[in-house]
Write a protein that binds this ligand. Structure first.
Ligand code: C2E
Ligand code: MG
Length: 627
């Protein structure tokens, strides 16, 4: 009989929400005798002892009349004998001494004590409706006891018209659904949160922006959307590896959360792009702007504090764009675009700064997007050429040539590398472009080897940091030399000082390998960016190059003169040569010569020219040497 009942309880009864009493009634038929009812109660107790579901019953006041051991186990409550009473009361303190055997009559509303305070109101409302109107219910709520993990339960309760049953009219069954809840939570996390940082992801962000816009148009309170992008984040990934890059992103996420109020949304779009939605900034647009900007500045300061990444201190700034919303209803997409544009404006203004959205900026951003698309096309169709500028030694003899890339676009005409090289760096297009430059330069070098005027001239090629950091960069260069049959001894690579930020061991290894093959390496743009020169000694460098910005200020700006002087001192201590570019006047040339400069280059001697035109000038250069 018992097993029969258990099956019933499992199969159709409790799980589908039917009450125990009704099952018992069904089983026994409608015309029960008092004896049968007594046996029903004992049957009910027997079953309740063994079922894997928590069961408790209450009287019409909601006082607990009965609870089974499973109920005690799930809720962690136990039935303890009340002092001086035959009955038990619920207690949430201490361990249940004998949960298995305590299916005894209980009393009172102590069962409510374990309900999580935040769920109490909802549970009470359900019970009130059941007790006053007989409305059955089904609800999920949390059980929280001090020092114990949270338990989620699913409770179903209904009224039994078995007033004669001494075990109470209202039967509630509860299931422990904690495991389901955590699976549900995990799915929700995956769907709406970024796995690396735990911040909101794009989907949740868009939802939150929509809600914020609706709320602010309703209340008249302005809000703001902040778009943040870390400056030079790619460098961290490239030089210190993705695991360290991830650490940085996590620390940034924590700082962002710490910089705003609890209700504000902080999201990560992927990569190093973060967004913050600020709400309730007040009804005055001006004040809202001031407030939003002060939050953005606070974020900027917090993110500028040094980070500790794998035990090494690291500094990383962000660029922040912000846009206000509230006056008119705007779409989430539109706001994102505006904030993104403002962020680009912050980047363009030198990074590590905050910028408001400015409609005029839209035109600039659109222009940049168009340029990027054209550049992409140019890279696939090799729409570039190299121009060459001569380099001279201290005696005035031409010794080499520097190659500069030029882009001739059908729609745009000649595009300055000063505008497309930074874009190529930002978009990664510098890799295929740099590869094209290397091929074209080496082909030219090989061609010049066959002409008496040009044979023996060295050729300097600019190498971007991204290009150089490729693991197989040295092999790539050697392969190009092999393919073009250019003389490695005439190939000079101009590296940029920003390289010194990267993994120094890697640079030492690569410059050593290149030098071993006869390829010369110089460091250009010294003093323009990063002043960490301590590793210079370890690099196999042939020369230091003085940037044209210092040459141009050499005779007028004391600072430029000081930098130039220190570069010469540095080169002397390293025992390497110095070359200067951008020389426009004889006075600049003479001042550099007085410092002991070894190589000279600039408009004073000639502009960069296409190969054919450059070759024509070579004759006169050579002739002047012979004179
Ligand atoms: P940069 O490395 O500072 O190059 C020097 C720039 O000054 C070049 O401009 C050159 O044509 C110009 N120049 C040469 N002599 C003089 C002079 O006497 N006076 C003045 N005022 N300017 C002079 P360009 O060719 O427009 O290149 C601009 C920038 O684009 C370069 O700055 C460099 O950063 C980048 N770039 C150009 N070609 C290449 C290339 O083949 N590869 C890479 N990675 N970057 C390149
Ligand atoms: Mg330069």
């Amino acid at each position: 009989m018992l097993s029969d009942f258990s099956t019933l309880l499992f199969a159709g009864g409790l799980i589908s929400g039917m009450g125990l009493h009704s099952i018992v009634r069904q089983k026994l038929g409608r015309n029960r005798t008092a004896r049968e009812l007594v046996s029903t109660e004992s049957m009910f107790r027997s079953l309740a002892e063994v079922v894997p579901i928590g069961i408790f019953t209450t009287n019409s006041n909601g006082d607990c009349v009965f609870a089974n051991p499973k109920y005690c186990l799930i809720t962690g409550q136990c039935l303890q004998e009340a002092p001086g009473s035959e009955e038990c009361v619920f207690s949430i303190e201490g361990q249940c001494p004998s949960a298995e055997s305590c299916g005894r009559t209980a009393q009172g509303k102590g069962w409510r004590n374990a309900i999580h305070p935040q769920d109490m109101e909802a549970v009470d409302a359900k019970w009130a409706a059941l007790l006053t109107k007989g409305t059955p219910f089904s609800i999920e709520y949390r059980i929280q006891r001090p020092g114990s993990p949270l338990v989620w339960v699913h409770a179903q309760a209904q009224q039994e018209c078995a007033s004669k049953l001494p075990l109470g009219m209202y039967v509630c069954s509860i299931n422990d659904v904690t495991a389901n809840k955590s699976a549900e939570f995990e799915i929700q996390q995956l769907a709406f949160f970024d796995t690396l940082t735990g911040l909101a992801n794009r989907r949740l962000l868009m939802e939150r922006i929509k809600q914020a816009v609706v709320a602010s148009t309703r209340t008249g309170n302005f809000g703001s959307l902040l778009y943040l992008d870390l400056d030079n984040f790619k460098l961290v990934n490239d030089t210190r590896g993705h695991a360290v890059g991830d650490q940085l992103l996590q620390q940034v996420a924590n700082r962002l959360k710490g910089s705003v109020r609890d209700g504000d949304t902080v999201a990560r779009l992927g990569g190093d792009e973060f967004l913050v939605v600020l709400e309730g900034l007040g009804k005055s647009q001006n004040e809202a702007g001031v407030l939003a900007e002060s939050v953005a500045e606070k974020i900027l300061n917090n993110l500028n504090e040094p980070y500790l990444l794998a035990g090494v201190e690291h500094n990383n700034s962000p660029s922040v764009g912000l846009v206000l919303f509230g006056e008119n209803k705007t779409s989430a997409d539109e706001l994102m675009k505006c904030a993104d544009m403002a962020m680009y404006q912050a980047k363009a203004s030198g990074r590590n700064t905050v910028r408001f959205y400015d409609p005029e900026m839209q035109a600039l951003v659109a222009a940049r997007a168009a340029l990027e698309s054209d550049l992409r096309h140019a890279v696939t169709t090799n729409a570039f050429e190299l121009h060459y500028q001569p380099q001279f030694d201290a005696t005035g003899s031409i010794t080499g040539v520097e190659a500069f890339v030029r882009w001739h676009s059908q729609e745009r005409g000649w595009v300055s590398p000063a505008s497309f090289i930074p874009l190529a760096e930002d978009t990664g297009l510098i890799i295929p472009l740099g590869d094209w430059v290397m091929h074209a330069a080496c082909r030219q070098l090989a061609a010049w080897a066959n002409d008496s005027f040009s044979a023996g001239l060295s050729l300097s090629v600019k190498v971007s940091g991204q290009q150089f950091r490729q693991a197989d960069f040295v092999q790539q260069v050697l392969a190009v030399l092999e393919r073009t049959q250019a003389d490695p001894k005439l190939l000079k690579l101009d590296l940029n000082e920003s390289l010194l930020l990267a993994d120094v061991e890697d640079i030492v290894e690569k410059t050593n390998a290149l030098t071993a093959h006869g390829i010369g390496c110089s460091l250009a743009d010294l003093g323009t960016g990063y002043s960490s020169l301590s590793h210079l000694k370890r690099l196999s460098l042939e020369q230091l190059r003085i940037d044209q910005s210092f040459v141009q200020g050499l005779l007028t700006e004391p600072n430029d003169e000081a930098v130039t002087r220190s570069i010469f001192a540095l080169a002397q201590s390293l025992n390497i040569r110095v070359s200067a570019e951008g020389i426009e006047t004889q006075e600049q040339h003479d001042a550099l010569a007085a410092f002991g400069c070894h190589a000279f280059q600039g408009y004073l001697f000639g502009q960069p020219l296409p190969a054919a035109e450059f070759e024509k000038t070579l004759e006169s250069h050579r002739v002047s040497i012979r004179k």
